[in-house]
Design a protein around this ligand. Structure first.
Ligand SMILES: Nc1ncnc2c1ncn2[C@@H]1O[C@H](COP(=O)(O)OP(=O)(O)O)[C@@H](O)[C@H]1O
Ligand SMILES: [Mg+2]
Length: 287
């Protein structure tokens, strides 16, 4: 069977179900295409599955069922070297920041850039630019562990954005921020997006997406709700005790027969290349 890979999608979820052992259904048959250059908001209450979706996109978690593709590659079939390459192209701002507390703001951000062999001057300039946008220029030489949570959050965002990644994933990026800082984060996203980055923001902060022209999707108990169906969902209803509901999972799908419909086109490949030998051979079985 040949599965068509839409030419311009960066991330593709095909009937993705994620169950955390023993029986927590975090996502149920989620299908979604995220197009290149898109800025997309994933909303929904705490526990709805937002973080899980981001983790699947950067291969921190694997789906229980279904397929997750990034630039047309089925992640479960990409070899570790290919995954590593791919991860360098994805900027992730984690919900829990994951900064090095004994390093300064500058060092935390610069570290993400050093792997790309840019000059110290370029790195420093970029870091200062990001800190300026985010309103924490005066925190450049402070140890990350000594910063407030709101400041740490912005350092994590700056680090994720530092390399102008083709794909940026931000998990609750404004959870610790006031209105002004939230606006600064929105500016950062808009700037990056205008420069071509595809951005996925998981958030329950309505101020971040209110009035936006970008796609806003909602997860309700692990199910993705189409915007048109919004009104049919009563979110004020008591939350289902879905963590403990007995679940009948579909039989594992045979994903081995999924083939690429073709190589990503060249322009795309330049921006988001999985182009070394490890990645190029990623669809083959290891010898
Ligand atoms: N590692 C894990 N082990 C077990 N359950 C988990 C794990 N991570 C998340 N969950 C559960 O999966 C569901 C979705 O979580 P999550 O994706 O973090 O939602 P959100 O980010 O929308 O708050 C929740 O019920 C959560 O408790
Ligand atoms: Mg979360």
């Amino acid at each position: 069977m040949i599965t068509e890979t839409p030419g311009r999608s960066v991330v593709e979820f095909i009937k993705v179900t994620k169950v955390y052992p023993p029986d927590v259904v975090a996502l149920q048959e989620v299908s979604l295409s995220i197009m290149r250059g898109e800025m997309l908001f994933l909303t929904g209450r705490s526990g709805a599955g937002k973080t899980t979706m981001l983790k699947l996109m950067c291969n921190i978690e694997a789906p229980t069922n279904g397929v997750v593709e990034v630039v047309g590659r089925n992640l479960s079939r990409v070899r570790p070297a290919g995954i590593q390459k791919m991860r360098q192209k994805i900027g992730v701002a984690y919900q829990d920041f994951r900064l090095l507390p004994k390093r300064t703001t500058l060092e935390n951000i610069a570290m993400a850039m050093e792997v790309t062999y840019q000059s110290r001057q370029t790195i420093r300039h970029r870091v200062e630019e990001l800190l300026e946008i985010l309103g924490i220029a005066d925190k450049r030489d402070r140890l990350a562990g000594k910063l407030s949570r709101g400041e740490q959050q912005r350092v994590a965002l700056a680090r994720a954005a530092a390399n102008r990644p083709p794909l940026l994933l931000a998990d609750e990026p404004t959870g610790n921020l006031d209105a002004k800082a939230t606006e600064q984060v929105a500016t950062l996203f808009n700037t990056l997006n205008a420069e071509g980055s595809t951005i996925v923001v998981a958030t329950h902060d309505e101020s971040l997406y209110r009035g936006t022209n970008h796609r806003v999707l909602r997860l309700v108990h692990g199910t993705l709700i189409e915007p048109a169906a919004e009104k049919l969902v009563d979110e004020t209803a008591p939350a289902l005790a879905y963590e403990v509901m007995p679940v009948t999972l579909p039989e594992p799908e045979e994903t081995d027969d999924i083939e690429l419909a073709g190589e990503p086109d060249e322009v795309f490949d330049l921006d988001f290349a999985l182009d070394d030998t490890a990645a190029a051979g990623s669809e083959e079985e290891a010898p």
